[in-house]
Design a protein around this ligand. Sequence first.
Ligand code: ATP
Ligand code: MG
Length: 585
Amino acid sequence: MGISCIYKYNPSFGESNENKKSKSEKMNEPSEEKSLNFIESMIEEDIRNKKNKGEVYTRFPPEPNGYLHIGHAKSICLNFGLAQRYKGKCNLRFDDTNPEKEEKEYVSSILEDVKWLGFKWEGEPKYASDYFDQLYKWAEKLIKKGKAYVDELSADEIASQKGSPTQAGQNSPFRNRSAEENLKLFREMKDGKYKEGEKILRAKIDMSSPNMHMRDPIMYRVLHKSHHRTGGKWCIYPMYDFTHGQSDYIEGITHSICTLEFEVHRPLYDWFLDNLIETDYRPGQTEFARLNMSYTVMSKRKLLELVNEKLVMGWDDPRMPTISGLRRRGYTPESIRNFSDKIGIAKRDNVIDVALLEHSVKEDLNKKAPRVMAVLDPIKVILNNYPEGKTEEIETINNPEDESMGTRIIPFSRELYIERNDFMEDPPNKYFRLAPGREVRLKSAYIIKCEEVIKNEKGEIEELICSYDPETKSGSGSTRKVKGTLHWVSAAHALNAEVRLYDRLFNDEDPGGKKDQDFKEFLNPESLKILTGAKLEPSLKTVNPFENLQFQRLGYFCVDPNSTPEKLVFNRTVPLRDTWGKKNR
Ligand code: ATP
Ligand code: MG
């Protein structure tokens, strides 16, 4: 398998863009120096006005019907971040009103992801299902007030009577039952007397409202399904819209931050609370634009499709935009938090370039990840003037960006591996890597010269016979300079590894946004390349799962959770240079 397209020669070894102080580092200054976004301005105003006693209480309310993705990470960073900034609190609340799609596996993955991102929720995790009793009482209260009724129309009939935004809907023939009859029927619904779809509870609001959500929305439906927390206790379940605002109310949320699609639900949430609650306190809802990112899909339904159809290895496939996928890919919590901070929040929908996320992890790992030598597609080099059986211990620095990371010893010997595409038999003029008769420096070691190319009977290059100049050892004061520096590994000491190179999962900027084409048509067939013959320096014997490393000149890599000392597996987080742009332009 050729890997020449994966990384490009970088003549200034160790001087890639990430190693220089970049513009984006300036963007990463403490948030105090940035101007406030519209939510922060609003909160500061509320604090000044002592609204809700000047308290800030937010929440992150996922539905446990899938793994969290980078869009959720944005919402997590926003909600928990605001609580941190204003010394408030933030709840983690599972909006688990739909027993059909919710699973415990999703709950535990969400708990893990929020913790991994570095946030701490207030008290125990909360569940909307904890409020089922209260919600039920509130439903009865609305019935008694003549503000809710049991309907017997089918789902299709309800849909056909709903009207359109420009045309009023029709009242259901069951709309004017007495409160007593509604109460009796609703209790019978709760007691399991009816089949699914036979009866539902609707709010009695206004079938001619210009806001479709106000046209007698459904509050409760019959579902003979067991719930992940309440088990078989209920066979009626509240709708999300009848749950969400009241859950915020019960928890004392002061700032209920939602994505834009909930703006049109806001009058309904207010209507429920206004009809149920006598006190003045209300959770104030504010909407922001959800994060959309190029070259990926973010709907949980689509991500689930990829998992179910085995188009990826699972929810944590390193190509997935899920938090668990990003973690396995080698993203750090800091890189995701910084990304979220940098993109800010908007009131209008927009699309963020995935390159920004990739940049953010490079920026973080540049300072943190030790730099090691790994040869992904090896070719053997034999130094004909180096003594057989001799091994030299070479000291090399772990990260020039941070000297406190110290140094380590790597072995040097007569037989080495270098990268196959660091050699060319017939190179162009400006090629500074190895070629017949040319010299390069081996990083932290010696200058070598290619003397002879050994080929097999098929004409393929098998080995390079080189000589080394013993006077040129790095750090020995030698002043002889050559233009190219290569990474290398001592053959006798090398560890074998599998290295997985990932590219974008889709080869279209907006795979989910096409009218007549399924998003899966845009899957990038080259999104995963598995290299099984990589050679690594021996210090990598003892790496731990998720450890981040820079493979010199190649990119950032991370130890796969399934890697073992017997079978090392690495995932490439990002290449040092963005090869994508070059390939596609
Ligand atoms: P999806 O559309 O991916 O299925 P969802 O909105 O149904 O997501 P929830 O579990 O309901 O997923 O989301 C939990 C919280 O995360 C909500 O407050 C939601 O507004 C927010 N959220 C979801 N997707 C994004 C996104 N792309 N950007 C920002 N916030 C998001
Ligand atoms: Mg949702």
